[in-house]
Each structure stands twice: as C-alpha cells, then as structure tokens.
Design a protein around this ligand. Structure first.
Ligand code: FPP
Length: 255
C-alpha cells in the first residue's frame, strides 16, 4: 500500500490524519477539462497567452502531484478538434506551448517513470510537433509509474467515428459479423483502449458540460465541477476532488 506523508499541521482536506492510506481514494484514472485560462488572464488584466502559459505551469504541477499520489493515469484535454476555430494567433500560442512543454519536460517524464500517451488525431498537427510527440512516445513507452495521456486535436465524436470505421473495416474483411459487435469491440477500438476505466472527470472554471471529451469513457465516471480557474488548480484542489470522489457511492447501474 502506498502511504502519503503526514499532513499534520496543514489545512488540507485530510487534516488530522497522521497518515492517509490512499491519497487517490481509489481513483486510478482521472481526466481533466482544463478550462478558464482566458478568464484567469482577463481577471488579472493580462494577455490570454499568459493565461495559457500559467495553464501549462498548472499542468506541470498537477502531473507531479498526481504521480506522488499514486494516480495511474491522468488524461488532460489540451486541444480539442473544435479549438482550431480560435483566432490563429491563439492556436499558434497553444501549439508553441505544447512544443515547449514536450521539449522541456521529457527528461522529467523519464526520470519519474511517466509514460506519455496522446489521444486524438495528433498526426494533423504541424509536422515538427508530430515528430516531437512520436519521439516522446517512443522514449517513454516503457515507463510504468504513471501514464500522462494528453488529448490533442481530440473530439469524442471523432474518436467514436474512427472506432466505428475500424470495426466496419473488420466486418468488411469478414473478420466479424455485424451482430457480434459488442461493447468491448468499441472500447478496444477507442484511443483509450489500453487505459483503465475512467474514474473521475474534473472540469474547472464553473462550466457544467463535457464539451465532446471522453463521452464513451465517462459512462460511469464520477463528475466533479469546480469554479476554480485552471491556472489556480493545485494540489489542494485535486485533494478536494479526490475526497469528493472517495465519498461517492458508485453503483454502476446496480443497487
Ligand atoms: C481553456 O481555457 C484551455 C484550453 C484551450 C486548453 C488547455 C490548455 C493548456 C492548459 C495549455 C496547453 C497545454 C499543454 C499540455 C501544453 P480557455 O482559453 O477556454 O479559457 P476561457 O474559457 O476562460 O476563455
């Protein structure tokens, strides 16, 4: 069993417990819709680009924290298939941050046993970013302490369509009968095929929607919404979300 360090004297939600048996409260796979970078910047009278930059710092911090807590998989919604409709300079800022993030953090991933994974159609990004990603995927493929799955050019409807297309191709090849297609064929054809079930889906910044993120995988996940803007989402916020998760009664449709 993993034991978290003593939280005595702190004001976090686990206060009073000399040791917390499982800081993840049983959650193996957490996903986050990181929303609110723009509003964070606006509130501080800063350019949006700085909000995104702060957003990357929050990513860096939360990935470290999740690793320390023993979370197995963290899936982050970094760029949706709909985000292309943002102004060109903002798309370019986001891509620049992505480039920088992969280049600067790849060594740390490796040192900490973090396996990088990408979900979404990332091959449509600029070719230099695709090359950076492919290199990072290969370099970290054997790391097994934690998986960081980044959603890039991702949309759940697009992911499900691609899955259906691959199943249809198998049917056409005569490998499968249409009436044999089951839930596990779909799960195995999705980008998340190798990941454990999604336990907890968090969205920051007070918006109450899933925005085309992990729609299939969220069938029985717990949802957690917070007003906190993404750049302010820190260890304490993650602890709150996990505590809330731990207090839920998950029945998966049973009684
Ligand atoms: C939403 O803020 C945030 C995004 C567009 C995606 C999150 C992106 C990052 C955290 C930076 C890049 C990430 C990586 C991994 C390099 P928003 O602009 O929609 O905020 P708003 O709703 O307040 O305008």
């Amino acid at each position: 069993m993993r034991l978290a360090p003593s939280k005595k004297g702190s004001s976090d939600p686990n206060e009073g417990a000399a040791q917390v048996a499982d800081p993840a409260h049983g959650a193996r796979h957490i996903a986050i819709i990181m929303d609110g970078n723009g509003r964070w910047a606006k509130k501080k009278h800063l350019p949006r680009a700085l909000g995104h930059k702060k957003g990357v710092e929050a990513v860096r911090n939360i990935v470290r924290v999740a690793g320390e807590m023993g979370i197995e998989v963290m899936t982050l919604y970094a760029f949706s298939s709909e985000n292309w409709s943002r102004p060109a300079d903002e798309v370019s800022d986001l891509m620049g941050l992505l480039r920088q993030y992969i280049q600067s953090d790849i060594d740390e991933f490796d040192e900490n046993g973090v396996r990088l994974k990408v979900i979404g159609n990332y091959k449509a990004l600029d070719s230099d970013i695709v090359a950076l990603i492919d290199n990072a995927l290969e370099r970290t493929a054997k790391n097994d302490r934690m998986t960081l799955a980044i959603a890039l050019n991702y949309g759940a409807q697009d992911e499900m369509l691609r899955a259906v297309q691959s199943i249809a191709a198998a049917v056409k090849q005569g490998e499968l009968e249409p009436d044999q297609i089951n839930i596990s064929h779909m799960s195995s054809a999705l980008d998340t095929a190798d990941l454990p079930p999604l336990d907890l889906l968090i969205r920051t910044s007070g918006e109450l929607r899933l925005s085309n993120f992990l729609l299939w995988q969220a069938a029985y996940s717990e949802l957690y919404f917070t007003d906190t803007l993404w750049p302010d989402f820190d260890k304490r916020e993650l602890q709150r979300a996990l505590k809330s998760f731990g207090d839920r009664d998950r029945r998966f449709g049973g009684r």
